[in-house]
Ligand binder design. Structure first.
Ligand SMILES: CC(C)(COP(=O)(O)OP(=O)(O)OC[C@H]1O[C@@H](n2cnc3c(N)ncnc32)[C@H](O)[C@@H]1OP(=O)(O)O)[C@@H](O)C(=O)NCCC(=O)NCCS
Length: 158
């Protein structure tokens, strides 16, 4: 059987395809959030990239082009990576890194020079610091709440 993983941009109507990537108890909340976020694909404020295997979504990453805080995304030079997630069963097979490489390529093609992303200081902080550092990101600052680390990468020279 051909089990090739495809990476492609999502359309707004595909918003409910990613719900199952969250643990059961978080799916209702994720559903509401994702429906709202996918609407921003139509307005050009967001790009969503899906990793699929046999038409089933197994990973997602989102690029926010405009953010209320222009330090995070200003629609011109800085874009914000939001919502990278790979299904538990498919982790550690390079899918997360493939999604990151694809989203950076698209951001660069659109003329963005800098990517910003944040992750919380929870249990996975050390792993995520390493994961993003390996891909050229570096620590920029802590968010005001002091619960989130902001990392950034210059993609202008990719
Ligand atoms: C972060 C995440 C997307 C990575 O996806 P993935 O497909 O497993 O990523 P990859 O397979 O491309 O790379 C994983 C890397 O982390 C390493 N790794 C995996 N689990 C690890 C762990 N517990 N501790 C340390 N390193 C670990 C792997 O060895 C691999 O590194 P390598 O390529 O040098 O071998 C995935 O873990 C995930 O969905 N986590 C939950 C959601 C999340 O935290 N998202 C980030 C929000 S900012």
């Amino acid at each position: 059987m051909n089990t090739e993983i495809t990476i492609q941009q999502a359309s707004p109507k595909e918003w409910d395809k990613i719900t199952w990537l969250w643990p059961l108890e978080k799916q209702a909340e994720a559903q509401i959030r994702n429906e709202k976020k996918f609407k921003q694909i139509s307005t050009g404020e967001r790009i969503v990239i899906l990793a699929e295997i046999l038409d089933k979504v197994i990973g997602v990453v989102q690029l926010e082009l405009v953010h209320p805080n222009p330090e995070m995304a200003d629609g011109k030079t800085t874009a914000h990576i939001d919502g990278l997630r790979v299904d538990q069963k498919y982790r550690n097979q390079g899918i997360g890194k493939r999604l990151m490489a694809e989203v950076e390529k698209i951001a660069k093609e659109k003329g963005f020079r800098k990517i910003v992303l944040g992750f919380s200081k929870g249990l996975t902080h050390e792993f995520l610091s390493k994961f993003y550092s390996e891909q050229g990101y570096h620590f920029w600052k802590e968010k005001d709440d002091n619960m989130t680390s902001i990392f950034t990468k210059d993609i202008s020279k990719l």
